[in-house]
Design a protein around this ligand. Structure first.
Ligand code: AMP
Ligand code: MG
Length: 319
């Protein structure tokens, strides 16, 4: 039987009973639990096989609630919250003592955002606690952007996927931390650097540490299909290297006419980055199911969401 349901009241009841529910957001589906329930939070780490050094994002429904979670909000964090929430920006701020250490992996900061999805905003309003919700996939695997992706991963481990349709943005939130009150990008994501810089000026990116990452979205290998995946600057050339193999191709805009390709997905025929981002993970899930020898993904132009897409493709193709 399917665990996918649109019943918000059922989700409320399960979360109140310290169970996990997969929830829709505009970025990807999250595996959600009460931040104050040890049982629920442990279950999140267990279910995902997520290492405990990897902290969780706290989801709230209104800006007023922020003060109950964090000690202090720098001026530029306020500006970003007012400009982008509800939306795909996560702010890492000094936490209040009431936030359990297991949520923050022992750090004195907490990651928080207001998701922009009507179903989950309604759900959050009906709960008396915020939700911790990392992406609803096993650690290191491709994030889910449809209820079906979550069911495929976790049918036997969780009781419900709250159905909010396919995720509109399709890649994770952009994570921003603060050093001396100045914003720094810890993870590229659904909000482009260009949009962020319009609000707070030039911003530094620090997302390439290989060990002891500030944000584990920085880990070199992440978001990965099971099938060998390579990143290409020249599709025809890379395809010819794999001749005789079952080849899948993931391209931005242009369909490659080549009979040695077994399966091909074009992300946006119009060349629209947002459309490409929203379809990226579903395309990787689909390609991963085709029993291919190799997935060849085209590198995106390095601006706007192309930067975030390249970041994910890079990590998907790391060994
Ligand atoms: P996900 O599992 O896809 O929801 O990713 C959550 C991301 O938020 C991970 O990369 C975490 O490392 C990051 N994160 C959560 N809390 C913090 C924190 N206090 N400092 C830095 N990064 C954080
Ligand atoms: Mg994740």
């Amino acid at each position: 039987m399917s665990i996918i349901s649109k019943d918000i009241q059922k989700a409320v009841a399960l979360l109140n009973a310290e169970e996990l529910v997969a929830i829709p957001t505009e970025t990807v589906y999250g595996l959600a639990g009460n931040i104050f329930s040890k049982k629920a939070i442990n279950a999140i780490f267990e279910t995902k096989k997520r290492p405990h050094f990897n902290p969780l994002i706290v989801h709230i429904s209104s800006l007023e609630y922020l003060d109950t979670i964090v000690e202090y909000v720098p001026e530029k964090a306020k500006l970003l919250a007012e400009s982008f929430w509800p939306g795909p920006i996560t702010l890492v701020l000094k936490k209040k003592n009431t936030i359990p250490d297991i949520i923050t992996a022992g750090k004195d900061t907490v990651a928080v955002r207001i998701p922009n999805h009507p179903v989950t905003l309604e759900l959050l309003k009906q709960l008396e606690f915020p939700l911790a919700a990392p992406s609803a996939n096993p650690f290191n695997r491709i994030s889910p952007t449809t209820p079906q992706h979550v069911e495929d991963y976790f049918k036997y481990n969780i009781k419900m996927v709250l159905d909010g349709g396919a995720c509109k943005n399709g890649i994770e939130s952009t994570i921003i931390g603060f050093e001396n009150d100045e914003p720094i990008i810890y993870r590229l994501g659904s909000t482009s650097i260009e949009a962020i810089e319009k609000i707070v000026g030039k911003i530094e990116i620090k997302n390439h540490k290989e060990s002891a990452p500030v944000a584990p979205g920085m880990l070199a290998r992440h978001y990965a299909p099971k099938t060998k995946t390579v990143l290409s600057d020249n599709l025809s050339e890379t395809i010819s290297k794999y001749s005789g193999k079952e080849i899948g191709v993931l391209s931005f805009q242009t369909e490659i006419k080549d009979r040695s390709i077994t399966f091909q997905i074009v992300l946006s025929k119009k060349g629209n980055m947002s459309e490409a981002a929203s379809k990226l993970y579903n395309a990787l899930h689909t390609l991963d199911r085709q029993n291919l020898d190799v997935i060849i993904a085209e590198r995106f132009p390095d601006y706007d969401l192309g930067k975030s897409i390249n970041d994910r493709l890079n990590r998907a193709t790391k060994k």
